[in-house]
Design a protein around this ligand. Sequence first.
Ligand SMILES: C[S@@+](CC[C@H](N)C(=O)[O-])C[C@H]1O[C@@H](n2cnc3c(N)ncnc32)[C@H](O)[C@@H]1O
Length: 195
Amino acid sequence: MSLKDKTKWDKKYQNKPQLLEFRDASAKLIDALKNIPKGDALDLACGTGRNALYLAQNGFEVDALDIAQVALNTLTQDAQRLDVANLIHAKLTDLDNYTIKKQYDLIVMCNFLDRALLQKTKNSLNSGGFYFVETYMLDASNEKENSDKNNLLEKKELQKIFDDFEIVYYDEFDNEKHEIYSMKKQVILAKKLLP
Ligand SMILES: C[S@@+](CC[C@H](N)C(=O)[O-])C[C@H]1O[C@@H](n2cnc3c(N)ncnc32)[C@H](O)[C@@H]1O
């Protein structure tokens, strides 16, 4: 595990307690779930688990992975409070060095970007399974100018990454009002083709 990343993210959550407050799941994910049958789901870089919790509340069994123990502790408490602890498996994981051992019906990556991981985890989806990605993109209107460009998607990049999938939904949109900076985001719901 990269101790530097772990320390950085744990500190970030500890120093900004508002990041640990309960948040609604992504509105785009809530919408996408109308098209997705319940099954086994993987939430990559889940944070405090707003999406993992929503998935579990809607009948998915969820593996929720993150490098920040502080965030996972909040997720575990919320899972108990919402009575879905039996459906969520939260695991401290460095996704830089992670090998997935299971197949999933749905994989979620939200507000996090690891292009290599996106490519690698396509193989961990069952045929007919869904990949949901929503994260920030490069745009002249972004308020946070000092973002690491590597962490921002190029225009239409998710369409290119998933050109071997059926694209069920794609959008470029302004992020939610509760976020600290106004940023452009990109979202995709892509379905893995049957062999
Ligand atoms: C902006 S938060 C997004 C959390 C959640 N997906 C959401 O949409 O609310 C980014 C998350 O990525 C996690 N993260 C960063 N690097 C990671 C790594 N190498 N392995 C696992 N998680 C990582 C951080 O701990 C943090 O919780």
